[in-house]
Ligand binder design. Structure first.
Ligand code: UDP
Length: 328
């Protein structure tokens, strides 16, 4: 029996593949490698292709004895999603439809879905729990919510059981140092700050210091990518036990401001990391912090690397050793 990981060459997907391999699972990966990196895949069997190619995907299900799917394959840049919503609906929503149709045909009835805190939009309260209102403020979050809902209707109609994992801010890198974060273009705070430390950028832009927070900058809940990977394994275990579909937030429960991230990064790297205050970025809520109580209670998930300093240190180990990311 094998686990199919879509988007397994991406940042979080590759860490999930590594965690599955560490558990002795057989892993099949589907990735079109538009954003993913061949070198991020530490093992398993790669099929290079697109979920929207029905013949290709049918072949993957025919050639492998797949008992569950972990679905990461998607576009995930908020800014890009606002400029090109069609791309997000096509790849994310239609891609998921194609996957569910093939699962249904092949009789595969378990899926762990890579969702996001962006499904909530501007929170009504913090910490956010899974019953709070979902009202995305960008196309990326809207498509992820649409994907979640689609999976739920396939559950109702066809018994495809799911666990949807709504991540807060993923950061850090694998402890082996072999895999880490390499997006192009990079838009995320932690890797950008570390690129300044490496001398690849002159300064880090701080998007707004006039928020209603202690130091005026946005507060986020940073969660280590390997803790996220572990949650996928627990979620798959839950589905294998025959338990019901569920949605879980995944965050460390700790909020750190943009300024705190920069300060911790200065300490970890020993570099001065110049910062410049710039206008707010559209669609950024002031504070996003997860309540992950449900995941802790029902999945038995405990984020083991929940100190910001440890998360930044692991990211720094990767960036220092791989200053230009994966070999192309
Ligand atoms: N941010 C920033 N400068 C940057 C990139 C991000 O000030 O160059 C801020 C952003 O406004 C947000 C936080 O850092 O408050 C985390 O942003 P990121 O893009 O990493 O993740 P998001 O919260 O959008 O998922």
């Amino acid at each position: 029996m094998a686990v199919l990981v879509t988007g397994g060459a991406g940042y979080i997907g590759s860490h999930a593949v590594a965690a599955l391999l560490e558990q002795g699972e057989q892993v099949v990966i589907v990735d079109n490698l538009y954003q993913g990196h061949r070198n991020a895949i530490l093992g398993g069997k790669l099929y290079e292709g697109d979920l929207r190619d029905a013949d290709f995907l049918a072949k993957v299900f025919q050639e492998n004895d797949i008992d569950g799917v972990i679905h990461f394959a998607a576009n995930s840049l908020v800014g890009e999603s606002m400029k090109d919503p069609g791309k997000y609906y096509h790849n994310n929503v239609y891609g998921t439809l194609c996957l569910l149709e093939q699962m249904q045909k092949a009789g595969v009835s378990r899926i762990v879905f890579s969702s996001t805190a962006a499904t909530y939009g501007e929170p009504e309260r913090v910490p956010i729990d899974e019953f709070d209102r979902t009202l995305p403020t960008n196309t990326y979050g809207e498509t992820k919510l649409a994907m979640e809902k689609m999976i739920r209707w396939f559950d109702v109609a066809h018994g495809i059981k799911f666990v949807s994992l709504r991540y807060f801010n993923a950061a850090g890198a694998h402890e082996s140092g072999k895999i880490g974060e390499d997006h192009s273009p990079e838009t995320h705070l932690v890797p950008l700050v570390l690129q300044v430390a490496l001398g690849q950028r002159e300064h880090i832009s701080v998007f707004g210091d006039d928020y209603d927070t202690e130091d005026g900058t946005c507060i986020r809940d940073y969660v280590h990518v390997s803790d996220l990977a572990d949650a996928h394994i627990l979620a798959l275990g839950r589905l294998r036990k025959g338990e019901d579909s569920a949605i879980y937030n995944l965050g460390s429960g700790n909020g750190y401001s943009v300024k705190q991230v920069i300060d911790v990064s200065r300490k970890v790297t020993g570099h001065s990391i110049p910062a410049a205050i710039e206008p707010r970025r559209a669609g950024d809520p002031a504070v996003l912090i997860a309540s992950s109580d449900r995941a802790r209670k029902e999945l038995g998930w405990t984020p083991r690397r929940d100190k910001l300093e440890d998360i930044v240190t692991s990211a720094w180990n990767w960036h220092r050793e791989n200053p230009t990311g994966y070999a192309k």
